[in-house]
Design a protein around this ligand. Structure first.
Ligand SMILES: [Zn+2]
Length: 310
């Protein structure tokens, strides 16, 4: 009987999944995440998606990336704000539904696995994957090894404190990278700028302000929006410069929704790395955007499943 590996990217909005036979993706699909209906419903929905993707083939293993604080070894989601979960034994419960082992890891680390196995960081032994969306997360690979830490929390670069006098972060501290440069932070500053600049493009549709619309207004020459973007990108670049100085990576891959800004994000980040990076580190590193985009998590989850077998 033919066997398949399944990769699932569980987010607050969508569940994306793919099945692979011998390293070739044979099917993919996605569903909405009904997190408000509780973990039982979400787990049943994932099981349904897994069985549909497997299409009757024997499932060898499922890899699952999800946001939040995890016990990776025990397969437990200790807490996840995005999903509203507390102490959910996700591996055990999903495994019971589908009859195959389920391996889990943090969504940003899993996306890093995706870029490492099939994306921008293929064959790279030292790189940092950063995801900039609602929050900021990372996966750090050093000497061909993905850092997890003794409590599976390595790589929380979103909570690197850059300005203790800065805005409050969801974690309770002030001036974390996430509070200064995430999509949420850019939208927040865009709304604040619109409120005091009634002639700004941003003030035209206050309710629709998000990171993409602030980038678009800046691209169109709007002064208030440009200021918001310049400030956020300067913080992001400073955060990346710190990471480059500490880890000396060959490559920094930036993914997540905000990375769709492309050069408007990369140029200021590179400027900051050139300004604050130490000579050896800045001359070694290349800074680029993700190749896999929003499929990085799904592709990485397949890799997580594959590694779980070996
Ligand atoms: Zn924080």
């Amino acid at each position: 009987m033919q066997t398949v590996l399944i990769g699932i990217d569980l987010g607050g909005t969508n569940i994306q999944g793919a099945a692979a036979v011998n390293d070739t993706i044979i099917s993919k699909d996605k569903l909405a995440t009904h997190s408000q209906q509780g973990p039982g419903t979400v787990i049943k929905d994932i099981a349904k998606l897994v069985l549909e993707l497997a299409a009757g083939k024997k499932i060898q293993a499922v890899g699952l990336g999800l946001p939040g604080l995890l016990d990776v070894d025990k397969g437990i989601c200790i807490s996840s704000c995005n999903l509203g979960w507390h102490n959910v034994h996700i591996s055990r419960e999903l495994s019971r539904e589908i009859g195959a082992p389920v391996l889990i890891d943090n969504d940003a680390r899993v996306a890093a696995l995706g870029e490492w196995s099939r994306g921008q960081a293929k064959d790279c032994k030292d790189f940092i994957y950063l995801t900039i969306g609602t929050g900021v997360g990372s996966g750090i690979v050093i000497n061909d090894h993905l850092l997890r830490g003794p409590s599976w929390s390595a790589g929380e670069v979103g909570h690197m404190i850059l300005n203790p006098q800065g805005p409050e972060c969801a974690c309770g501290n002030h001036g974390c990278l996430e509070a200064l440069a995430s999509g949420t932070a850019i939208a927040r500053e865009g709304r604040a700028a619109a409120a005091v600049n009634p002639t700004s493009l941003l003030a035209k549709n206050l309710d629709a302000i998000d990171a993409a619309s602030v980038f678009a207004a800046a691209g169109a020459g709007d002064i208030a929006a440009t200021k918001v973007i310049d400030t956020a990108m300067a913080w992001l670049g400073l955060g990346v410069a710190n990471l480059v100085n500490i880890f000396n990576p060959r490559l920094v891959v930036i993914g997540g929704g905000v990375s769709l800004a492309g050069e408007e994000l990369l140029a200021p980040v590179r400027t900051q790395v050139n300004r604050y990076g130490m000579k050896m580190q800045r001359e070694t590193v290349t800074i680029t955007t993700s190749r896999l985009g929003d499929t990085a998590g799904m592709v990485g989850a397949l890799e997580l499943a594959r590694r779980g077998l070996s």
